[in-house]
Design a protein around this ligand. Structure first.
Ligand code: C2O
Ligand code: CU
Length: 582
């Protein structure tokens, strides 16, 4: 189906097609392609047998858009055109670098002609959607400037908010940062029956952070410490706008949050202490609404929030803030400037702290956007008490109740790894091969710790993984607990332990348990009441010292599906692996 072609063509493009933005990054992808031995495949073409209900032309291109007062900002962005299908399929966000919101119905057959009008390779992934491996935007399918990749898939996901964004290995973070991302909403009948707030009463809220220079141009130059911590901006953009405000009527709204930041984690809370009512997560509606004092939202995650402004008089102002929390950055970075502002500039650790974005440290308290009631009304929809039906998995459903598929996080100053390995193409390990049509127990855990040293897979982890893969369940468990405890007691590992939003492609999963090492309980306490663990998820925030167990089905499609950290700097650094479903 796909023929390799000569990769020297890429080098030719590198030497001749020089744009400013592109020039800085070319070595990264050339190196990536060569080091990882990724083949150059011919882009997928339209198949005549596929009869689309919706057909879209999507392009990634360079442009410039006015974000701050004064000079326009150079960006990379998605533009789209509807070729056929329902008129409400595409909605532009006003003067925004984000791509249009793509609205699809469950069951629709979709064809997307994706054209690369950048000066560097890219490929688009439909984060949250379960589509055939060839349509999933794996980095092996990157296309060169001028090429078009045709996606064809049927929407099998339930109603949900998803994300489309680039996925070329080692340059995803930069492409997303420069503006390549968009929301993708799926609707279905189960959701339609609820008559949730829609139209102007359904507001997408894409949270991102950016740094600008004095000429209003985006700054993105991750140094080693940015790559370790993730790249943080010093100002918040909501739907691509600074100082965002929404004018509302005194009634219920549906706020659809998407964290499109490269690395920043938010703790969402209303300024007046109103609890946050969550009706949905990554994979769509919960069974019933759940109320939280605040909610955590990590990169790649989504939240569907019911916000009822009924009874609030005209003129009322309410702010959505990110509230204080700790523990998501390595301890030393937090203590030496990440939260404290201008201190601790000396040495590598000071630098790391600084890169927690000195002006807007992650975990500090700052406003995200303002709500202003400008119209009073007595009419509002009521919050349904039942939202959807979710068949919950239990251990009885899984193929591997005593041997969870491991996703081990290891952290060191030089590398963030999954299962002890950095990303490499065609490097699938035995435990990364999953039989199609099985339901698997999975466990995400940290291996970082005193005894393990700085590099890769330490002995403790190796023992634990072997236990998981081959040994008796209970022994593996005991060893795991032991190592976890030891790991947390000190040494370099602990210093570098941080939070990671772990994302799995393919089917959505259900979280069945979260446990945290006692050594980390204090900082965990600042986030734990805002972790939404019910419903269907594709991305889960794993805090330092935390172990998350989930159950994930592997249905419908064979092939290679990624799992990775959605801290995009981590992802680009190689904190990514493939599962082979066979
Ligand atoms: Cu949102 Cu593999 O990505
Ligand atoms: Cu990470």
């Amino acid at each position: 189906m796909q023929d390799p072609v000569d990769r020297s063509r890429r080098r030719f493009i590198f030497q001749t097609g020089v744009g400013l933005l592109a020039a800085a990054s070319m070595p990264a992808w050339v190196r990536a392609m060569e080091m990882h031995g990724m083949p150059k495949l011919t882009p997928n073409r339209a198949s005549p047998a596929f009869k689309p209900d919706v057909e879209i032309e999507l392009a990634a291109r360079q442009g410039s858009i006015s974000i701050l007062p004064g000079q326009a900002t150079r960006v990379q962005h998605y533009t789209a055109k509807l070729l056929s299908g329902p008129k409400d399929t595409l909605t532009e966000l006003p003067s925004c670098y984000l791509g249009p919101i793509i609205r699809l119905q469950k069951g629709q057959k979709v064809r997307i002609h994706f054209r690369n009008d950048l000066m560097e390779p890219t490929i688009t992934h439909w984060h949250g959607l379960h589509v055939p491996a060839l349509m999933d935007g794996h980095p092996m399918y990157i296309i060169d400037p001028g090429e078009t990749f045709v996606y064809e898939f049927e929407v099998i996901n339930r109603a949900s908010l998803n994300i489309y964004h680039p996925h070329p290995h080692e340059i995803t973070a930069r492409q997303v940062y420069y503006g390549l991302a968009g929301g993708l909403i799926i609707n279905d009948e189960e959701e339609a029956r609820l008559e949730l707030p829609s139209g102007e009463y359904e507001i997408p809220i894409v949270l991102q952070d950016r740094r600008f220079n004095a000429q209003n141009q985006l700054i993105y130059g991750p140094h080693m410490h940015d790559r370790m911590m993730g790249f943080y901006g010093d100002r918040i953009l909501v739907n691509g706008q600074p100082n965002a405000e929404f004018e509302v009527a005194s009634r219920a709204y549906r706020l659809r949050f998407l964290n499109g930041s490269n690395a920043r984690i938010y703790k969402l809370g209303w300024s007046d202490g109103t609890p946050v009512t969550v009706i949905g997560v990554d994979g769509g509606l919960l069974e019933s609404p759940e109320t939280f004092p605040y909610v955590m939202l990590a990169p790649g995650e989504r939240l569907d929030v019911w916000a009822d402004f009924s009874g609030r008089p005209k003129g009322t102002e309410l702010t959505m803030r990110s509230l204080p929390f700790s523990g998501v950055l390595p301890m030393m970075a937090e203590h030496m400037g990440g939260r404290g502002g201008r201190g601790g500039m000396g040495g590598m650790m000071g630098g790391m702290g600084m890169m927690g974005a000195m002006a807007l440290p992650v975990g500090s308290d700052y406003p995200l956007f303002k709500i202003r009631v400008t119209r009073e009304t007595g009419e509002s929809p009521k919050l349904p008490s039942r939202l959807s039906k979710i068949d919950r998995y239990t251990l009885d459903d899984v193929a591997n109740p005593s041997k969870p598929v491991p996703i081990a996080i290891s952290e060191s100053p030089m590398a963030m790894l999954l299962n002890g390995r950095s990303y490499a193409f065609d490097d699938i390990q035995p435990f990364e091969r999953i039989p199609l049509d099985t339901v698997q127990l999975m466990e995400i855990f940290h291996t970082s710790g005193g005894g393990h040293g700085m590099g890769g897979m330490g002995h403790g982890m190796r023992g634990r993984m072997m236990g998981m893969m081959g040994g008796h369940g209970s022994e593996a468990q005991e060893e795991g607990q032991g190592m976890g405890g030891m790991g947390m007691r000190g040494g370099m590992g602990m210093m570098f332990s941080m939070a990671h939003p772990i994302h799995l492609h393919g089917d959505q999963f259900q979280i069945i348990s979260r446990t945290v090492a006692v050594e980390r309980a204090d900082s965990y306490a600042t986030v734990k009441d805002g972790l939404v663990s019910s419903g269907w998820k594709d991305t889960v925030l794993v805090m330092p010292g935390e172990t998350v167990r989930m159950i994930k089905p592997f249905h419908h499609f064979k092939g290679v599906f990624m799992y990775h950290c959605h801290n995009l700097e981590h992802e680009d650094m190689g904190m990514m692996r493939d599962f082979l479903i066979e």
